[in-house]
Design a protein around this ligand. Sequence first.
Ligand SMILES: [Zn+2]
Ligand SMILES: [Zn+2]
Length: 308
Amino acid sequence: MIKHDFHLHSYFSTDSEEKQENIIEEALERGFSGICFTDHMDLYFPLECSKKSGGDFNFDADEYYDCIMKLKHKYRNIIKIYLGMEIGLRDEEDLKDKCVKEYNELIAKYPFDFIIGSTHCLENIDPYWEEYWDGRTAEEGLRRYYDAIDKNVSDYDCFDSLGHLDYLVRYVSEGAALRSFQAGQPCKKTAEGGMPDFSEKRFYGKYMYDPKDYMDYTDSIMKKLIDKGRALEINTAGLKYGLGFAHPKLELLKRYRELGGELITIGSDAHRAEHLAYDFDKASELLINLGYRYYFIYNNRKPEGNLL
Ligand SMILES: [Zn+2]
Ligand SMILES: [Zn+2]
């Protein structure tokens, strides 16, 4: 049974207004053993995207550290609170070295338990925004994204678990989906087998995505994670958004195991207390069915296995 949530956002993240205490109370109600706050730290977040998002996805590290330490102390006999963060990995040539250096400095300065490495931005844009998809098919946009992750996994050694591997499928734009459809590319149909509903701004997974089409990249990414002793995250936000699958999709979790992957971390990516541990029972069942026996939490950057 899963008793930890290791991907959570509070008001220290640009896209959350939640108080940590509310999240902790929710975890207590569920009888959880521990939770890890993983607020966003996206160094060099693109300026234009910051304007649109209402913030730059950076927190004040001293303030954050003080806050989590106080909570750790306040709840010390009730639930274990872990200090984590979700860092944004950048593959742009002019940013990569600066990011590696600055993330390492930050990590050396505070006693983090756990670091999620996520690719949120590339080509100086957050592909959440439609401009990224301009002139691209869905497949082109997704392949370019996987290519960035693949490079990031090679170039960054400062994270413990790779966040939400295939989450970009949520943000495929209307135009990109239409271009794919017109080009007759393999994932051109909806899950129901018909024409996608192009009246919707975001497809949130209704746009059919087949992990097989990207296996050259995902195999490379997962092999590198395994070689480097890094974990792969199962992120249940996909279920929350109604995609019908967690990130990454089942086929990828199966493949990771075939390749010898064992280190799996679990997070809901909740930005509100009510979404803590979203559909963890489904995630647990799925992992057990795939032959996994443990999920991992990180304490002082070291993995600790817990029975599923
Ligand atoms: Zn993320
Ligand atoms: Zn997140």
